[in-house]
Design a protein around this ligand. Structure first.
Ligand code: THU
Length: 141
């Protein structure tokens, strides 16, 4: 699905609003995400860390779960923002978030990632680029 410039800007705006709520006192690595659901509504999320480190929730899954828990059935786009030294490797969604996305999005769903310290335009990759040969609900039909 082609995402219009207007919708992309709305996703970015939502992600920026969420960014200040990122709870990352341990890693100091703040992440925010916004998803476009099939209804057209946008849901935001942030990473939420925990003193018991393994319980940390990523921003992407936070946003996806917010959408699904509000009754959404499908994710049409994901927008992720970070703020990191541009010399570091590009920010990418973790494996767990890719798998969760594969449950609710299509292989050709676009994922945008923007480093606020870097370029003005986000990197865009498709879900199938990040998670080829995904195990999905189709495997259980
Ligand atoms: N993090 C995310 O929110 N999304 C990712 O895709 C990668 C990692 C968070 C988890 C943790 O709070 C911090 O970034 C460092 O791993």
């Amino acid at each position: 699905m082609k995402i219009s410039k207007t919708v992309l800007n709305k996703l970015l705006k939502k992600a920026k609003e969420m960014f200040k709520n990122s709870y990352a006192p341990y890693s100091q690595y703040h992440v925010a995400a916004a998803v476009l659901a099939k209804s057209g509504k946008i849901y935001g999320g942030t990473n939420i860390e925990n003193a018991s480190y393994g319980l940390t929730m990523c921003a992407e899954r936070c946003a996806i779960f917010k959408a699904i828990s509000e009754g959404e059935k499908e994710i049409k786009a994901l927008y992720i923002i970070v703020s990191q030294d541009p010399s570091l490797p590009e920010a990418t969604p973790c494996g767990a978030c890719r798998q969760v996305l594969a449950e609710f999005a299509r292989p050709d769903t676009p994922i945008y990632t923007l480093n606020l310290q870097d370029k003005k335009t986000p990197i865009m990759r498709l879900l199938k680029d990040y998670l080829p040969y995904a195990f999905t609900p189709k495997n259980l039909e």
